[in-house]
Design a protein around this ligand. Structure first.
Ligand code: HEC
Length: 234
């Protein structure tokens, strides 16, 4: 009888298509306990203190988040469509050619530029109202030297003027600094053209523009002059 049972059990275990439920039921409670006990005793005993592994993971994840944040801050150029152009231009990787129209026309207002130059330099002597200071600096408002012959005017600016001078019936004897290369200012043709156009149209003056070409022309024609002008040269 026992022989038959054992043979049947062997046959069951040999069956490759075995049924786990039947196998489980075949194991006795004692067997299960024994196996579990063995597994438990194999587990590492809980240790005192803490392991280094979670700390390392925390450090690693924090570093990654930090690096990703840095990456996004540095590579947000493409995400900036909504920002103002001024903000984008401050960005080192901003490529202006991508954002500019094909032809950029920069409009320069000679009067505004000239006024700025006048306010920076000439105003100290000729004053805001262009009236100068009696006895010291001649006026520029309503004066033929300003609104008359433009070549003479450019000449005065480039080379300066000194010695006795009569302007609108008053006598002056001062020094008007040179704004050409012999003076300390050494303004270019544009700067001289802007400031002269400005003084010819301010304080009620209504003379025409002094072009950049005109300044260049007078500069070239008088290039060999080494001294300041005097009243006799005008
Ligand atoms: C340091 C003072 C000083 C500055 C700065 C100065 N000027 Fe004069 N300017 C004079 C004096 C002084 C004269 C008269 C020179 C003389 O007595 O021979 C004069 C004469 C002139 C004249 C011819 C006389 C007249 O009244 O029209 C013009 C034009 C002129 N200045 C324009 C300018 C302009 C434009 C600037 C600025 C770009 C300028 N000056 C800056 C002192 C100055």
């Amino acid at each position: 009888m026992t022989k038959v049972l054992r043979r049947r059990a062997t046959k069951m275990s040999q069956n490759s298509n075995h049924d786990s439920r039947r196998e489980a039921s075949a194991a006795s409670d004692h067997d299960i306990q024994a196996v579990h006990g063995q597994m438990l005793s194999n587990q590492a005993e809980p240790k005192q203190g803490y392991s280094m592994m979670p700390l390392f993971m925390l450090g690693f994840v924090s570093t990654m988040i930090f690096l990703v944040a840095i990456y996004f801050i540095h590579n947000r150029a493409g995400l900036d469509e909504g920002l103002s152009l001024a903000t984008q231009i401050q960005d080192k990787r901003f490529n202006p050619e991508k954002h500019m129209p094909d032809e950029t026309v920069v409009e320069i207002d000679p009067i505004a530029m000239g006024q700025r130059l006048y306010t920076q330099v000439c105003v100290a002597c000729h004053q805001v109202n262009g009236m100068g200071l009696p006895g010291a600096f001649p006026p520029l408002a309503g004066v033929d030297y300003v609104t008359g012959d433009e070549e003479r005017l450019v000449n005065i600016l480039i080379h300066g003027l000194q010695g006795p001078l009569e302007v609108n019936g008053s006598q002056y004897n001062g020094i008007m600094p040179a704004f050409g290369p012999s003076g300390t200012y050494n303004w270019n043709d544009e700067q001289i053209s802007y400031v002269l156009t400005y003084i010819r149209q301010e304080w009620g003056n209504t003379a025409g523009e002094v072009t950049v070409e005109k300044v260049a022309e007078v500069r070239a024609a008088t290039a060999d002059r080494t001294s300041m002008l005097t009243a006799a040269d005008l």
